[in-house]
Design a protein around this ligand. Structure first.
Ligand code: ARG
Length: 467
């Protein structure tokens, strides 16, 4: 059955029919489509556009159709070639069950506003689920950061050891990235949650539809203000995909670091067996596939965003069939995000953190050179000059295969004799990794106490949201 055909003499070609169909993927919208129809039919009754008896018949029929479809989908026996799209399928099944009266469901409605409603209901639901998963992820990052607020590690710029930080401080950086992602998904809600129902094909309806009532019934904040806008835009999908892309970029960067840290070259962490895979040829291998896949799938989500931007950018108002291309990339991105957001925190919770290795790496490579320069600057030497002197000190120590904090008092004397009086013991303490980290006590810095403070503040914030 088709929802059109009156003005056609020849049938549609079979290949074209398949090419045109969206049921293989928009079956995903089944629950939302029926939810929208239930509200619409109730409104038709309230407005006396159809009789109460008809409302009841159609409502009961829709509920049965929903039951049938749920079962078929669950048992994997659903046949996607049955209809052109989900809207056609539901109306067809309804009419099969209750007869011609089923055809009244579509009064004052078009598939154009119907599909826009479905997409918004779907995305509101998924957006909400994703927000909850991000919060759980944030909680794991915060807990793990708390456990490692005193675990020193090298901080990097240009992937070169730069200054000592803590593993906790590093994880907190990702916590705040995810916090902003969360806020973006949350902010998008108010633009998703608007009802296009009653926009009709493009020009509203001659029936006395109560758009505000259906909007409220479906939990929307309000009805959209322009029928052409209501059926023609998918900016809320683009916004979701942009938010998803940002999140995936963050997770991809974290993955890149996890991959590096888990390598023998770094040996900062060891991922648990559950989240790694082996090699079919090299028995010794334990590969960080989850992290690699996340890095890879970031490209796919960003690809879906790009695809839809390209699809929409040249469309005249209002509906064009191109818009059917709004679905697969979105569904794929939603599924990708949900799996990743569930798996990733588990991988972080179960990884082993090699504190000794991190500390060793922080103690080698002159990460405390800036500390020494600061020390000289505190003692009245202009920083630029101090920078120069420390450069020479690094060369000096390097030639003796020593780190700065390994120099003895004679060596300090030799270096600084005309510059300042040094107390070798005091300087050694000052240049220790822990002291270096803790001297960086600016707000938002890596000092142990500062991380502790930040974690407490953020825990409080999270509990408020989770409440
Ligand atoms: N499957 C279509 C879509 O996803 C539903 C809307 C069809 N509207 C139309 N005028 N052909 O966009």
């Amino acid at each position: 059955m088709k929802l059109w055909g009156g003005r056609f003499e020849g049938g549609i070609s079979k290949k074209m029919d398949q090419f045109n169909a969206s049921l293989p993927f928009d079956i995903n919208l089944m629950e939302y489509d029926i939810e929208g129809s239930l509200a619409h039919v109730k409104m038709l009754g309230r407005q006396e556009i159809i009789s109460q008896a008809e409302v009841e018949e159609i409502t009961a029929g829709l509920i049965e159709v929903r039951e049938d479809l749920r079962k078929e989908i669950k048992n994997n026996i659903f046949d996607v070639s049955e209809a052109e799209d989900i809207h056609t399928l539901v109306e067809m099944r309804l009419t099969d069950k209750i007869g011609a009266v089923g055809g009244k469901l579509h009064t004052g409605r078009s598939r154009n506003d119907q599909v826009a409603v479905d997409m918004r209901l779907y995305l509101r639901d998924q957006n909400d689920q994703i927000k909850k998963l991000i919060l759980k992820f944030m909680e794991v990052l915060l807990d793990t950061a708390g456990e490692h607020k005193e675990t020193v590690m090298p901080g990097y710029t240009h992937l070169q050891r730069a200054q000592a930080i803590t593993f906790g401080h590093h994880l907190l950086a990702y916590y705040f990235k995810l916090k902003r992602d969360y806020e973006r998904f949350e902010d998008a809600e108010k633009r998703i949650n608007v009802s296009p129902l009653g926009s009709g094909a493009l020009a509203g309806s001659s029936f006395d539809l109560d758009r505000e009532w259906t909007a409220a019934e479906l939990g929307f904040d309000r009805a959209c203000e322009n029928s052409l806008d209501g059926v023609s835009d998918r900016d809320f999908v683009l916004e979701f995909l942009a938010n998803a892309s940002n999140l995936m970029i963050h997770l991809s960067r974290l993955s890149e670091e996890v991959i590096l840290w888990n390598s023998k070259e770094f040996s900062f962490i060891e991922l648990a067996d559950q989240y790694t895979t082996g090699s079919s040829i090299m028995p010794q291998k334990k590969n960080p596939d989850l992290a690699e896949l996340v890095r890879g799938k970031a490209g796919r989500v960003i690809g879906s965003l790009n695809q839809l931007m390209m699809t929409i950018k040249g469309l005249p108002l209002a509906y064009n069939k191109d818009l059917q291309e709004d679905k697969e990339g979105l569904f794929d991105s939603v599924n990708t995000l949900k799996v990743i957001l569930e798996l990733y925190p588990e991988m972080l919770k179960t990884m082993h953190v090699n504190q000794a290795e991190m500390k060793e790496a922080s103690s080698k490579g002159f990460l405390n050179a800036t500390e020494l320069a600061d020390y000289l600057a505190e003692n009245g030497i202009p920083f630029r000059k101090a920078h120069q002197i420390v450069g020479e000190a690094v060369l000096f120590a390097d030639e003796r295969a020593k780190e700065l904090d390994e120099l003895n008092s004679e060596e300090w004397q030799a270096l600084f004799k005309d510059i300042i009086e040094v107390d070798a013991e005091e300087l050694q303490k000052r240049l220790s990794v822990e002291a270096a980290v803790n001297s960086h006590s600016t707000s938002g810095g890596p000092a142990f106490e500062e991380s502790k403070r930040i974690i407490a503040v953020e825990k409080e914030n999270l509990y408020h949201i989770l409440d």
